[in-house]
Design a protein around this ligand. Structure first.
Ligand code: PEP
Ligand code: MN
Length: 263
């Protein structure tokens, strides 16, 4: 179902009315985690001013350590919905439990499946039964075949609105948090009709590398990027080291503009 052999033209997926894919480059931005109203609304207002059409933010956070901030849960979803209304920004947020799919439905516009859950097949089926978009992130040790088969689970369950996302894989390299696999983007665009996004924030884990890798994402044919931003990264409860401030963010938008125009 994901194959270009079956469907030659690019799939276009709507996230709350914002269409992604099909030759248009789209930026999704927002904090790693929703931390509170001031934090979320501050970032939402900032990205809106920068012309970004979609807001991200985690309410359920699957953290490596059980002692790290686990997200605000339902309270976070309520804040996302409020930010969506206030700033007219459709929302992307991660789901970690199949039983949350119905609960989340009214609060978000796109379910994110995180890298750690790419092969959580019950979770894939749960979002496959919904009619909203799904941003499916590649597992940190998953092959592209496995990623495509994970997408197949979602579509086979009834939901064709899948966006693939390369977010970096585990390699021997330790200078960066992950190794952003741009081969994956070119390969996936060739083999599949689904939109392909790049996450240069988790892909590098290094703030200064987000701009060059975002330009590379445009050049290699990605349909968009998903980027983490925070107005006060030092106080962020997760991933502050890789969060772009308002100034960083306006530089990013200016940096990618000529590449988007040329693509
Ligand atoms: C995230 O987007 O905040 C996240 C946890 O991403 P990943 O699942 O790619 O690690
Ligand atoms: Mn994060």
């Amino acid at each position: 179902l994901v194959s270009r052999e079956l469907q030659a033209h690019d799939s276009i997926v709507s996230i709350g009315g914002v269409k992604v894919g099909g030759g248009k480059f789209t930026v999704i931005a927002g904090p790693c985690s929703v931390e509170g109203q001031d934090q979320l609304f501050g970032v939402a207002g900032m990205i809106k001013e920068q012309g970004v059409p979609l807001l991200r933010g985690g309410a359920f956070k699957p953290r490596t350590s059980p002692y790290s901030f686990q997200g605000l849960g339902l309270e976070g979803l309520k804040l996302l919905k409020a930010a969506r209304e206030q700033y007219q920004l459709p929302v992307v947020s991660e789901i970690i439990d199949p039983s949350d799919a119905d609960l989340m439905y009214d609060y978000i516009d796109c379910y994110q499946i995180g890298a750690r859950n790419m092969q959580n097949f019950r979770l894939l089926e749960a979002v496959g039964k919904q009619d909203k978009a799904v941003l499916l992130k590649r597992g940190m040790s998953a092959t592209l075949e496995e990623l495509l088969l994970a997408a197949e689970y979602i579509i086979n369950a009834g939901n064709p609105n899948v966006i693939l996302c390369e977010r970096g894989i585990r390699t021997f390299e330790t200078a960066t948090r992950n190794t952003l696999d741009l081969n994956a983007v070119a390969y996936l665009k060739e083999k599949s009709h689904l939109p392909v996004f790049v996450d240069p924030s988790h892909g590098t884990g290094v703030k200064s590398l987000i701009n060059p890798l975002s330009r590379a994402a445009v050049a290699v044919g990605a349909d968009g990027i998903i980027v983490e931003a925070h107005l006060n990264p030092k106080e962020a409860l997760s991933d502050g080291h890789q969060a772009l401030t308002a100034d960083d963010f306006s530089r990013l938008m200016a940096d990618i503009k000529p590449f988007v125009a040329a693509a």
